[in-house]
Design a protein around this ligand. Structure first.
Ligand code: ATP
Length: 239
């Protein structure tokens, strides 16, 4: 396995508009190919903000975020969107599913926008069959495939979001609290599938959760405060 990082963050600083202090100040953070990283930290400490920067949804005030040796800030907005859909599977905290589309079409979205994901999803079976396979493995059977996502429970929507992130084996999987709406049994099945699919595609996972018990499934546990100097500064200011 190559030691070239899949994700490389250097001297990253990010401050929300209107905020009086930086939210993130990360000197260096590298994720290696195939690493399974469990990221945790208190509510409001900047985990979702970091994930937004890694996905190129947010851009740093200074410093760089490189994915697969590509500097996200150097790309045009359009090229960045294309890069993200080609290489990153993102499970958002709020799912970001398309309300008017049925379940199957939501899962197939990355294949619609990325030829690369389409080709990878179609390697062993048709893309629709691959979407059905992922949904089935996540416990969502044929009865939900044509339903609008708005008719699904929150836990079911979370699994649709996971299938959408996994389809076409992106190299990087970013998951923001993806198990929060699942019961214990579904949580175990979900994690197993996520890790299995990631391993099959050689993907790197960055997984955020408040539930520290899940950390045992990952190859590295990372507290955001360990790498974020802004949180040290906040703690010193509060003292
Ligand atoms: N869109 C925004 N505009 C301004 N400030 C924001 C925005 N989103 C988040 N913040 C601020 O950035 C800080 C970090 O928020 P963030 O959502 O990244 O934390 P988190 O660790 O993911 O929290 P949680 O575990 O509750 O999801 C908070 O102080 C929050 O108020």
């Amino acid at each position: 396995m190559s030691d070239q990082p899949v994700v490389a963050v250097e001297r990253l600083r990010f401050q929300w508009r209107g905020a009086t202090a930086p939210c993130l100040d990360v000197d260096s953070l590298h994720l290696l190919p195939g690493e399974r990283v469990f990221l945790h930290g208190p509510s409001g400490s900047g985990k979702s903000t970091l994930l937004g920067l890694l996905g190129g949804v947010l851009l740093p005030k200074s410093g760089s975020v490189r994915l697969l040796d590509t500097d996200l800030a150097a790309l045009s907005g359009r090229a960045r969107d294309r890069f993200r859909v080609d290489h990153v599977g993102f499970i958002f905290q709020q799912f970001n599913l398309i309300a008017h589309l049925p379940v199957l079409d939501n899962v197939l979205l990355p294949c619609r926008f990325s030829q690369r994901r389409h080709a990878r999803a179609a390697r062993e079976r048709g893309v629709k069959d691959e979407a059905r396979r992922l949904l089935d493995a996540l416990g969502l059977g044929a009865s939900v495939l044509d339903k609008p996502v708005t008719q699904l429970s929150v836990g079911q929507q979370q699994r649709v979001a996971a299938a959408r992130a996994l389809i076409g084996q992106p190299e990087i999987l970013i998951a923001d609290e993806p198990t929060s709406a699942l019961d214990a049994e579904r949580q175990a099945d979900f994690l197993q599938l996520l890790l299995q699919e990631a391993a099959a595609g050689g993907a790197t996972i960055l997984f955020v959760s408040h539930d520290r018990r899940l950390a045992a499934h990952f190859s590295r546990e990372l507290a955001l405060a360990e790498v974020n100097r802004a949180s040290t500064q906040r703690a010193e200011d509060a003292a």
